[in-house]
Design a protein around this ligand. Structure first.
Ligand code: PLP
Length: 402
């Protein structure tokens, strides 16, 4: 067996770091520079300009939805989705215990109670069985997250939601271009919520949008985020007590995201090809498996491709930190992602009385023991780099396997 670099052997990347070799993120396109200049010169910097209008229809179509409404980020989109659905004080909203805290803070923002449930160990997305157990007469919505590189089980979630008359808001922050059974994510539940923050598969530094097939919800979401102005029914007065926000988007963001949308399919194809190569090379590597998606026909976007450690196969006492350190010495920076379930983040500063947490053993296990996330591996599109990552993973996992 090759000696690990951490034990004095030759590093797979020969002393270089994978992160210095992969293409930079975000991608920069010459045509976007031109668009930005054009927007700047036009003076039409906000107020639903031509690029935002194009995005409204074209991004909606891209995700197979009827409408999209653009805002400042993918946190307020979740809030506005819940506001538009009429979720408020006294209501409960079911969320998974592994996500960014925005998923669980959105119910707090509208005065409702987040109800945190466990995830499925294979997909790392919300476990539909745990949703059903958590439903009460106060449950008004479920927010499944299409986490990292998987699509949540929308067949099961939709069936539960319909049975109980509950709305579904898909958190698609990680899933631009993803689909289940041919339907774009964000078009399956009542509302989809996308983030365009800097690490995301499409980004303008910041940005967010809601997708929906409903004219009524589109208008309510627009009003909620545009200080009460209507998108579709300008003659109709604002409903009394419907308190709205100012979360408007800018034309600069729209111009940047518009070009990224045009390139998304091609980048996704490259990521899929890269992941197929990596998985092929790792097929005999012990004690590590890839996060699965819910269905074989899911179109995966491969944001943060994620691997799960099979702890039971490792030598006694080996920790995830040992594996990260050994990989780093080989030149591969793997990232532990958020590192904790959302209810244990330092930023989750919500008093215990304001949320409900069901038993979440899988969330704890995944976040502390199992998840290996390849930070920026989303960009691993060059075969030579992919091959070296596979070699390093194989070398390290063989060493630490019992
Ligand atoms: C799953 C998930 N939901 C929501 C958000 C919030 O998006 P934003 O940062 O654009 O507010 C994020 C951001 O990282 C996220 O990962």
């Amino acid at each position: 067996m090759n000696t690990l670099a951490i034990n004095g052997g030759t590093p797979v990347f020969g002393g270089k770091q994978m992160m210095d070799l992969i293409p930079p993120w975000p991608p920069r396109y010459p045509e976007t520079e031109e668009k930005l200049l054009e927007v700047y010169r036009s003076g039409k910097w906000a107020g639903v300009g031509p690029y935002e209008q194009k995005l409204m229809t074209e991004f909606a179509e891209f995700q197979s939805a009827g409408h999209s409404v653009w805002m400042v980020n993918g946190t307020v989109t979740l809030e506005c989705a819940l506001l538009a659905l009429g979720v408020g004080p006294g209501d409960e909203v079911i969320v998974p215990g592994v996500s960014w805290i925005a998923t669980a803070e959105a119910p707090i923002y509208v005065g409702a109670t987040p109800v945190i449930v466990d995830i499925d160990p294979a997909t790392c997305c919300i476990d539909p069985k745990r949703i059903e157990e958590a439903i009460t007469p106060r449950t008004r919505a479920i927010i499944p997250v299409h986490l990292f590189s998987s699509v949540a089980d929308m067949d099961a979630i939709t069936a539960i939601a319909q049975k109980h008359g509950i709305a579904v808001v898909e958190d698609c922050a990680h899933a631009h271009g993803a689909a289940q059974h041919g339907k774009g994510v964000g078009s399956i539940g009542e509302v989809g919520s996308f983030s365009f923050q800097l690490s995301k598969l499409m980004t303008a530094g910041e940005g967010g949008c809601c997708t929906t097939n409903s004219d009524e919800l589109c208008d309510k979401i627009f009003r909620a985020s545009h200080i009460g102005n209507s998108r579709l029914y300008p003659k109709e007065p604002l409903a009394e007590g419907f308190i709205c926000h100012q979360y408007r988007f800018t034309e600069f963001q729209a111009a940047v995201i518009y070009d990224q949308m045009l390139h998304e399919k091609e980048l996704r194809a490259k990521r899929k090809e890269g992941m197929a190569r990596l998985n092929g090379l790792l097929k005999d590597t012990p004690a590590i498996i890839q996060q699965q998606s819910s269905y074989a026909d899911d179109e995966r976007a491969y944001y943060f491709p994620t691997f799960l450690l099979q702890y039971e196969k490792l030598k006694p006492g080996v920790t995830r930190a040992d594996i990260y350190a050994a990989l780093r010495a080989e030149g591969v920076l793997f990232h532990e992602g958020w590192g904790a379930p959302l209810y244990e983040f330092p930023a989750w500063n919500v008093p215990k009385k304001d949320y409900i947490k069901h038993d979440t053993p899988v969330c704890g296990d995944i976040m502390y023991n199992r998840v290996l996330i390849t930070h920026n591996a989303v960009l691993l599109t060059e075969n030579a780099i992919i091959d070296k990552v596979a070699e390093a993973l194989d070398k390290v996992m063989r060493y630490y396997t019992a």
